[in-house]
Design a protein around this ligand. Sequence first.
Ligand code: DGI
Ligand code: FE
Ligand code: FE
Length: 195
Amino acid sequence: MYKNDDFIRIIKNRLSEKRFEHSLNVAESAKELAKKFGADEEKAYTAGILHDIMKEESIDIQLEYIAKNGENTEKLKFANTQIYHQMSGTAYCRVELGVDDEDILSAIRYHTTGRRNMTLLEKVVYTADFISADRCYPDVDVMRKKASESLDEAMLYSLRYTITDLAKKAKPIHTDTVECYNDILENFKEKDLEL
Ligand code: DGI
Ligand code: FE
Ligand code: FE
């Protein structure tokens, strides 16, 4: 059974220096968010290290892994290839690295698109990916502040940005992303919270 030190060595061999650093930063941010919001810190850290493990792999090999994990690749034909790595990464961790913790696997599986009814750990990793130390988009400080207060607020903020940005560029938006957005928005409306 591999430990975090082994996983760090493994991703170092699979990723560019920049993305390797990004992965370590996401792991740190995920651990902090887990501590703050009561998720499993150890699982958050491991998922953070592994979340982008297939990001620099070829599309063909990614599709092979997705199929190996029993997922339908036909459905992905019209999807943005940028989302493949969440599925191929999950498959690689399960098949090649023997990761069998379903909490960690699902946090990797939904770290790009999100989905309806996300687990706490899924939200932690999704949010950590947006606020990691290497991120430097214009309103990253706003995002970090939101993340320090509420995962749902931070996620809604990032989803609004991502969905708008994809639509502006006439790129496809995965239905899980739209469902994730609607789900969080419904929670806000039900609780009558300010947006
Ligand atoms: O892998 P990272 O760059 O660290 O971050 P990520 O896994 O969140 O990937 C984000 C990219 O994926 C971002 O540039 C937007 C793009 N993308 C393409 N299609 C979709 C999408 N993001 C979401 N949430 N949903 C999509 O359908
Ligand atoms: Fe990613
Ligand atoms: Fe990432």
